[in-house]
Design a protein around this ligand. Structure first.
Ligand SMILES: [Zn+2]
Length: 108
C-alpha cells in the first residue's frame, strides 16, 4: 500500500499540519496538488476508498481486540486488587503481631 501511494505519503509530509485530514485543512498539500492538477482526483478518490475500507476492517478487528483488551484489563485489575488486599492484610497482621505480642504474652 505504501508503495502504491508512496507519492501521497510525500504529499502528506508537505501538509502544514501533521494530523491533516486532507479535507479542507489550510496548507494541505493534497488539496493544493488536486487544485493544481498535480494529483489525479481519481487516484485520490481511490486512496480515500482504500482508507475507508481499511478503517472498516480495523473497526472489525478493533471490536475483537477491544473485548480481549477489556477482559485482560479486568483480570489485571481484579488480580491487582487481590494483590493489594493481600499486602494490606499482611501489613495489618504484622502490625497486630507487633502490638499484640506483649498482650499475648501477658495473657499466657
Ligand atoms: Zn493534507
Amino acid at each position: 500500500m505504501e508503495e502504491m501511494f508512496g507519492d501521497l505519503d510525500e504529499l502528506f509530509a508537505q501538509c502544514r499540519f501533521a494530523d491533516c485530514a486532507h479535507q479542507a485543512e489550510p496548507g494541505c498539500a493534497v488539496q493544493q496538488a488536486l487544485a493544481e492538477g498535480a494529483l489525479d482526483p481519481r487516484r485520490w478518490a481511490s486512496y480515500l476508498k482504500l482508507q475507508r475500507e481499511l478503517a472498516a476492517l480495523n473497526r472489525k478487528h478493533d471490536a475483537a481486540a477491544r473485548r480481549a483488551y477489556q477482559r485482560e484489563w479486568h483480570q489485571k485489575v481484579m488480580s491487582a486488587d487481590r494483590g493489594q488486599r493481600a499486602v494490606e492484610r499482611y501489613k495489618h497482621d504484622q502490625a497486630e503481631e507487633r502490638s499484640g505480642r506483649g498482650a499475648k504474652r501477658r495473657k499466657r
